[in-house]
Design a protein around this ligand. Structure first.
Ligand SMILES: C[S@@+](CC[C@H](N)C(=O)[O-])C[C@H]1O[C@@H](n2cnc3c(N)ncnc32)[C@H](O)[C@@H]1O
Length: 281
């Protein structure tokens, strides 16, 4: 009978299905162990990425400087300044590698040729200044003064926090002037103020704020210029207080940053208004 035959042959092939020679079992166990460890590693990396990236937009920490060093030659000039590249050049870079590179090189928003052209059109020859310029990549390409409080290299709490997350500080190049945002705007009286990825002044975390107690008071800046243009990411900057004041919002595929969700990169523009500042306090 065909059914019996096949059952018999199965039994003959493998007389006792639960039994296998000891070497086979050892092989199977070590293989299983290997997959278990590999899965655990992948799970751990994902967890690190999710928790750190979502909260602080930092790099995936399992990537090291060695993994992304190849990007130095593509992204940096010999002076240490970021090259001005079209967004298409960034599109060909693995996003995790780009984010890790930014984090290891103190970069947040990355100027592209498209962004610089767009901002120049908005500035339209008016006097302008960049605040919180970090390394100064954007202001340099716009040909405007770059200013920064040097918070990430001088404030001990910030330095400690960045070190804890293994992030490099935004380290201003020599042509970035050490000036906090409010002083820069009061003193220079620019008609346009540009900021990229600068966190607003906030209460400490313990008091329910986002924690940057040294950030600029954007209300003050807004009240002193014709146009305030902020380049950032909705996930990171979308809840800033200033968004309660009428403004325009622009999203373009050529906005590039270290953000985990690049599709949320954004430009906010406050223009030509007398600010109802009291409303914000
Ligand atoms: C997140 S980094 C962004 C740097 C740069 N704009 C970029 O996109 O790569 C924020 C920068 O703002 C600076 N900063 C923080 N508070 C400031 C303040 N009150 N006035 C001026 N700069 C400030 C920090 O020193 C830091 O360089």
């Amino acid at each position: 009978m065909p059914a019996n035959t096949s059952g018999l042959s199965r039994r003959l092939d493998n007389p006792c299905p639960s039994w296998s020679p000891p070497q086979d079992r050892a092989k199977r166990v070590s293989l299983r162990l290997f997959w278990l460890l590999a899965a655990r590693r992948r799970w751990y990396d994902k967890l690190v990425d999710r928790t750190l990236s979502a909260k602080t937009c930092v790099e995936p920490t399992h990537l090291t400087a060695k993994d992304v060093r190849y990007l130095d030659g593509i992204l940096l000039e010999p002076t240490g300044r970021l090259r001005l590249l079209p967004a298409s050049s960034y599109a060909s870079i693995d996003l995790l590698h780009l984010r890790a590179w930014c984090s290891l090189n103190g970069r947040y928003g990355l100027p592209t040729t498209e962004l610089v052209a767009w901002l120049k059109e908005r500035i339209a020859g008016r006097s302008a200044v960049e605040i919180g310029a970090g390394c100064g990549d954007l202001g340099f390409r716009l040909g405007i003064p770059m200013t920064d409080s040097f918070q990430q290299v001088t404030d001990p709490a910030t330095v400690g926090m960045l070190a804890q997350f293994r992030q490099a500080p935004a380290t201003p190049l020599p042509d970035v002037e050490p000036e906090d945002a409010e002083t820069a705007v009061r003193r220079r009286k620019p008609r346009v103020v540009i900021a990229s990825w600068v966190a607003e002044r906030s209460k400490p975390k313990e008091e329910g704020g986002t924690g940057n107690v040294h950030g600029p008071r954007e209300e003050d800046i807004l009240g002193r210029c014709e146009s305030y243009i902020f380049v950032g990411n909705e996930a990171v900057h979308g809840k800033k207080r200033l968004r309660r004041v009428p403004h325009l919002m622009f999203k373009y595929p050529w906005l590039v940053s270290r953000a985990r969700k690049p599709e949320l990169n954004v430009i906010y523009l406050w223009e030509g208004q007398t600010m109802p500042l009291k409303q914000l306090r």
